[in-house]
Design a protein around this ligand. Structure first.
Ligand SMILES: C[S@@+](CC[C@H](N)C(=O)[O-])C[C@H]1O[C@@H](n2cnc3c(N)ncnc32)[C@H](O)[C@@H]1O
Length: 432
């Protein structure tokens, strides 16, 4: 324990995993939000706490945040960092994760950073307050901050926020805290609303009028995430295309954060495939409603597995005339076993934040030679790739996608192979 109320002038060594500046003092590690590596800070230690009194120097990577809400709003923790430096840091996070899994010598990665004002998914909190409704993201450990401006979300979503607050403040069902998820689909914004009380018939009428007035084809209600969905209004078709295939996504379904990043991920996944014959079988795990499935189906026969019955129903409905099929399967409870993967030419997996869990061991034990792994969490990446490294998979390529701009999150597409012929060819090409 550090002496009560001691004050020090110290240097930030690096960024921690969540993007806060890290400093060490008397053998302990402390995190100081809003600071960057190399900056000198004047801090006060109070037991296990370390408070920033002043920043005494600025890193050359420091920039003025583009949004006035950058500090209070919990959406962007790194707007004070220049975008090229932010991308470099994210790449170093992935590099460390790969090295921790055993991949010491790595090829040079490729990367993509999404533009601002492009987020196609918004998950926000609602809070009834005197005279209206706050709609925004939670500040760290606190109340939601009203999203009166935002440099992340798509202008079509931004334009909706003021009229949304107006209609929401007239809803009797929004008595305290609630939530809202908006997916910007090709057919228009798709809204899922959560309120503490069920909607009255007057609430429904107001939402129906709002939907028509703002070209919103569907509004859905649920009591809380994971609870049953109820369509409040649907006056037009709901659709979104993946590789030209029209899918009708279920409410609040998973979408990649931005359309531009989605394309970069798709391109990297297609580049990562080994050479295929038309008859080759591709097994896709954690398929959602088909973001990767339909582009992959242009390369081979895709068998897509996904835990959400609603997502797979949407995917299946759209498969007509494509080489894709879908199955509902909880891959943690009932992972695909080595014999299920016998004829898979390549496995493509895009697991949730926690990683591939129980699916990993049977995949490593199978005869599969080529894997494309899409990760949104460097810690899970290390955990999942370590057994694949041990099972003889070499890392051919990695592509880093910064689709959650100004946050610490990072997406990666990893190409792995233990196909001796393919590896030999790649080695030959590299040597020139
Ligand atoms: C990162 S998303 C990827 C979805 C899709 N590949 C895409 O790009 O849109 C992860 C997906 O895994 C699914 N999922 C989560 N846990 C699962 C499990 N135990 N078994 C099968 N699917 C699961 C989620 O429903 C979600 O669709």
């Amino acid at each position: 324990m550090i002496a009560t109320s001691s004050q020090q002038h110290l240097q930030i060594e690096q960024l921690g995993h969540s993007g806060d500046g890290l400093l060490r003092h008397e053998g302990q590690v402390f995190y100081i939000p809003g600071t960057l590596p190399g900056e000198t800070v004047h801090v006060r230690f109070n037991g296990s706490q370390c408070d920033l009194l002043a920043r005494e120097s600025d890193s050359s990577d420091r920039v003025t945040p583009v949004c006035a809400l950058a500090e209070p709003c919990g959406g962007c923790t790194l707007q004070h960092m220049a975008l090229p430096a932010l991308l470099d840091w994210k790449m170093s996070r992935v590099r460390n994760a790969l090295q921790a899994a055993g991949y010491d010598s790595l090829p040079t990665p490729t990367s993509f950073q999404t533009p601002s004002h492009s987020r196609q998914r918004l998950d926000a909190a609602l809070q009834r307050v005197d005279g209206g409704v706050v709609l925004g993201l939670h500040q760290r450990g606190g109340d939601p901050v009203d999203m009166t401006e935002c440099a992340l979300i798509h202008p079509r979503l931004m334009a909706l926020l003021t009229p949304l607050r107006e209609v929401l403040s007239g809803l009797g069902a929004l008595t305290g805290r609630g939530g809202i998820a908006i997916n910007l689909l090709e057919s228009g914004p798709d809204i899922t609303l959560e309120t503490p009380s069920p909607l009255s018939s007057s609430d429904r009428r107001k939402l129906a009028d709002f939907a028509r007035a703002h070209a919103i084809p569907r509004i859905t209600w649920r009591a809380a995430p994971g609870k049953e969905m109820e369509t409040v209004v649907q006056w037009g078709p709901v659709f979104h295309s993946f590789a030209g295939v029209k899918v009708a996504p279920p409410p609040a379904t998973f979408l990649q954060a931005t359309r531009e990043a989605e394309q970069s991920i798709v391109d990297a996944v297609l580049r990562a495939l080994p050479s295929l014959n038309r008859k080759d079988r591709l097994v896709e795990l954690y398929a959602g409603c088909g973001t990767l499935t339909f582009p992959l189906a242009q390369k081979g026969h895709v068998k897509a597995y996904e835990g959400s019955a609603e997502a797979i129903a949407a995917l299946r409905k759209a498969t007509h005339g494509t080489r894709a099929e879908g199955d509902v399967r909880d891959l943690n409870r009932q992972p695909l076993l080595p014999h299920d993967l016998k004829n898979a030419r390549v496995v493509i997996l895009d697991p949730p934040y926690s990683g591939a869990g129980k699916q990993l061991a049977p995949l490593a034990r199978s005869d599969v030679k080529d894997i494309v792994y899409i990760s949104c969490n460097p810690a899970a990446l290390t955990k999942d790739l370590a057994p694949l490294h041990e099972a003889g998979f070499q890392l051919i390529d990695w592509h880093v996608v910064d689709q959650f701009l100004w946050s610490s999150d990072v997406e990666t597409v990893i190409t792995l192979s233990r196909d001796a012929k393919r590896l030999k060819k790649i080695e030959k090409k590299r040597r020139g």
